[in-house]
Design a protein around this ligand. Structure first.
Ligand code: NAD
Ligand code: WQD
Length: 338
């Protein structure tokens, strides 16, 4: 099947192209490069040994999107495009609501107008808020999101669910990602944040490579085994493979389906630091800082539904995630810029 990846030049999208190619799918990528660069697509093209059709356009541009659906025989869309920085979304709520919601409205209208009714949406564990149950199953109620970014994910889940309810020919898969880290084993593609990283792993790798003096650990007084926050880190290649399994569900006409994509294991901030140091033989100096606003103590999932219904489960452990994150960073100390 030919798959349209919105936001396919980004971190998760670029890794997903490789898994789709392995499974025999072809891709078309549309991205406005607001948080990525075309170099990632070039590198993926080298890895898979094939050219990748790339359109630099904004998903909010209805004319551009209509033209993509008219030019290619798209069977399904994986919708990665969106702004994703939690802190920035608090400072710039309008930009986040405008970009993430409008991009999805324009995309889904263009899909409907062109008879394409299969979509996989990049949702997030953030929709559970402070989770009512740990480990989190898909039946756990959605919670109060403390930031506009998370609210866009929660709202868009509702929008897409309503679209599917109104027209049962739609297949809508909502994938709730936990904490993706790691990189492709080639070390050619990986996470490339702009400016100071918000997320733990890119911060660790930038400390290890000498770009930042130390990691700030946000709080050591949570109700967790060592007091630091616990999360469900998942290798980005495992996450990417989850999209291939979700496409198989679409081919079986799944209607509306929701899956957690995580490993089911929780690791604390200090567990990750220690694993990173051990597997890579590098030091990660850190100091304890105050809690970060909006953070929760513990978040990890029960991934049993994805295993039972999609036959998907994560294969990589925390050491492989740390190894591959470091392999990317040390080979590309300035990311795609050099
Ligand atoms: P990313 O920023 O690397 O990729 C998103 C891509 O979308 C970027 O290349 C950006 O340029 C593009 N984009 C943004 N707005 C666009 C628009 N209007 N038109 C065209 N392109 C646009 O982020 P990522 O980590 O690869 O995340 C992919 C998706 O998964 C996002 O929707 C994100 O919210 C979601 N998600 C990410 C994480 C995570 O921790 N990385 C966790 C849960 C969910
Ligand atoms: C992980 C742990 C921090 C940085 C965010 C979004 C979520 C999803 C994934 C998109 C926490 C601690 C972090 C640092 C630290 N994204 N930390 N020092 O907050 O679980 O999730 O990214 O959907 O929506 O909220 O991920 O990597 O920022 O933090 O101590 O410099 O590391 O407090 O315990 P988080 P993270």
């Amino acid at each position: 099947m030919q798959i349209l990846l919105t936001g396919g030049a980004g971190y998760i999208g670029s890794h997903t192209i490789i898994e789709l190619d392995k499974a025999g799918h072809s891709v078309v990528v549309v991205d406005n490069l607001s948080n990525s660069c075309e170099e990632s697509v070039h590198r993926v093209s080298e890895i898979i040994g094939k050219p990748i059709p790339f359109i630099k356009a904004d998903v909010r541009d209805a004319v551009a999107m209509d033209s993509i659906f008219k030019s290619y025989k798209i069977g399904a869309v994986i919708h990665f495009a969106g702004l994703k920085a939690v802190g920035e979304s608090v400072a710039k709520p309008l930009e986040y609501y405008e970009n993430n919601l409008n991009a999805t409205f324009v995309l889904v209208s263009a899909m409907r107008n062109n008879g394409v009714k299969n979509i996989i949406f990049s949702s997030s564990a953030t929709v559970y808020g402070n989770p009512a149950v740990i480990p989190i199953t898909e039946s756990c109620p959605k919670g109060e999101c403390t930031n506009p970014y998370g609210k866009t994910k929660s709202m868009l889940e509702e929008v897409l669910s309503d679209v599917q309810k109104a027209d049962p020919e739609w297949n809508v898969v909502l994938l709730r990602y936990f904490n993706p880290i790691g990189a492709h084993q080639s070390g050619r593609i990986g996470e490339n944040p702009n400016g100071i990283p918000n997320n733990l792993m890119p911060y660790i790798t930038q400390v290890a490579v000498g770009r930042r003096p130390e990691l700030g650990v946000f709080g050591n007084d949570y109700d967790t085994p060592d007091g630091t926050g616990v999360r469900d880190y998942i290798h980005v290649c495992d996450l990417a493979a989850g999209h291939v399994s979700a496409l198989q569900a679409i081919e079986r006409k799944c209607g509306l389906a929701i899956y957690n994509l995580g490993t089911g294991h929780g690791y604390s901030v200090l567990d990750v630091v220690k694993a990173f140091e051990k597997v890579n033989g590098v030091k990660v100096p850190y100091s304890i800082k105050p809690r970060r606003a909006g953070d929760i103590a513990t978040c990890y999932c029960n991934p049993a539904k994805a295993k039972a219904e999609l036959g998907w489960e994560a294969k990589f452990g925390i050491e492989e995630m740390c190894r591959d994150s470091w392999n990317w960073q040390k080979n590309n100390p300035k990311g795609y810029e050099g």
